[in-house]
Design a protein around this ligand. Structure first.
Ligand SMILES: [Zn+2]
Length: 219
C-alpha cells in the first residue's frame, strides 16, 4: 500500500470514526429512551380493562350498581374484564380505545361505567334503559351476543368535555351517542339508524313521563 493510500485511510478513520461513534451513541441513547419510556402499545382490551378499573364504584343517578357486572360475570364463570370488555365487539374496543387515548391526552379523566351486558344483566339494570333483549350493549335481539356488544356507557367528571370529544371524533371513528342528553353516557358503533331512532323515541317518551326527575338513569 502506498504511503498516500495509507495516509488517506488514516485521515478517513480519524474524521469519520468519532462522528460515527457519536451517532451510534445517540442512536443507542434513543433506543434506550424508547425502551424505558415508550412501552409497547397496549392492546385495546388491556387498555380498556385498566380504564374500566379506574372507577371501581359504578354509580349514576339510579344509584350504585357496582355489584351488577361482577354478578353477571360470575354467572358466566368469567372475571369482570372478560365479561364487560371482551364481550364488546372488537371494532367497538378499538374505537373506544382510540377515543379514550385522545381523552387521556387532553387530561380528561374518563372511565367505563358499563360495557357488554347480556339479557340477564340488562334485566337487572334499572332506570333509563333498552328492553332486556334489544340493548345494543349485547341484547340477544340487537346483537349476536357475547363478543358483539355494540355500545358502552362512559363517564368523566365533569362529563361535558368527554361528550364534546365524542361529537368531535365520532364521525371519523364511527362512534356516536344517539340519545344525547337523555342518556349522555351511552356511545355506540355508528350503524343503521332505524333501531336507534325507535329506541330514541321510547327514551324520549320515558323522559317525558318522568319529567322533573333525572333522565340520566340507565344503571
Ligand atoms: Zn348504554
Amino acid at each position: 500500500m502506498s504511503f498516500w493510500v495509507q495516509l488517506w485511510i488514516t485521515v478517513i478513520i480519524c474524521f469519520a470514526c468519532p462522528a460515527f461513534a457519536e451517532e451510534s451513541g445517540e442512536d443507542l441513547v434513543e433506543i434506550h429512551k424508547q425502551l424505558i419510556h415508550n412501552k409497547p402499545p397496549q392492546a385495546p382490551r388491556e387498555y380498556l380493562c385498566d380504564v374500566y378499573k379506574r372507577t371501581p364504584i359504578k354509580k349514576d343517578a339510579a344509584g350504585d350498581f357496582s355489584w351488577k357486572d361482577p354478578a353477571a360475570a360470575k354467572r358466566k364463570g368469567m372475571d369482570v374484564c372478560t365479561y364487560a370488555i371482551d364481550g364488546m365487539a372488537p371494532e367497538l374496543q378499538e374505537r373506544l380505545a382510540a377515543l379514550g387515548k385522545a381523552a387521556d391526552s387532553r387530561g380528561i379523566e374518563w372511565s367505563i361505567l358499563s360495557g357488554f351486558r347480556d339479557d340477564w344483566r340488562q334485566e337487572i339494570a334499572s332506570g333509563l334503559k333498552a328492553g332486556n333483549k334489544t340493548s345494543k350493549h349485547g341484547g340477544s335481539k340487537a346483537t349476536k351476543g357475547y363478543g358483539d356488544g355494540r355500545a358502552a356507557d362512559i363517564v368523566a367528571s365533569p362529563i361535558r368535555p368527554l361528550m364534546v370529544l365524542v361529537d368531535q371524533m365520532g364521525k371519523d371513528l364511527g362512534l356516536n351517542r344517539p340519545y344525547k342528553s337523555f342518556d349522555p353516557y351511552h356511545v355506540q358503533l355508528a350503524g343503521p339508524t332505524q333501531l336507534v331512532a325507535k329506541t330514541a323515541k321510547a327514551k324520549v317518551r320515558y323522559a317525558k313521563r318522568h319529567r322533573g326527575k333525572s333522565s340520566h338513569r340507565r344503571a
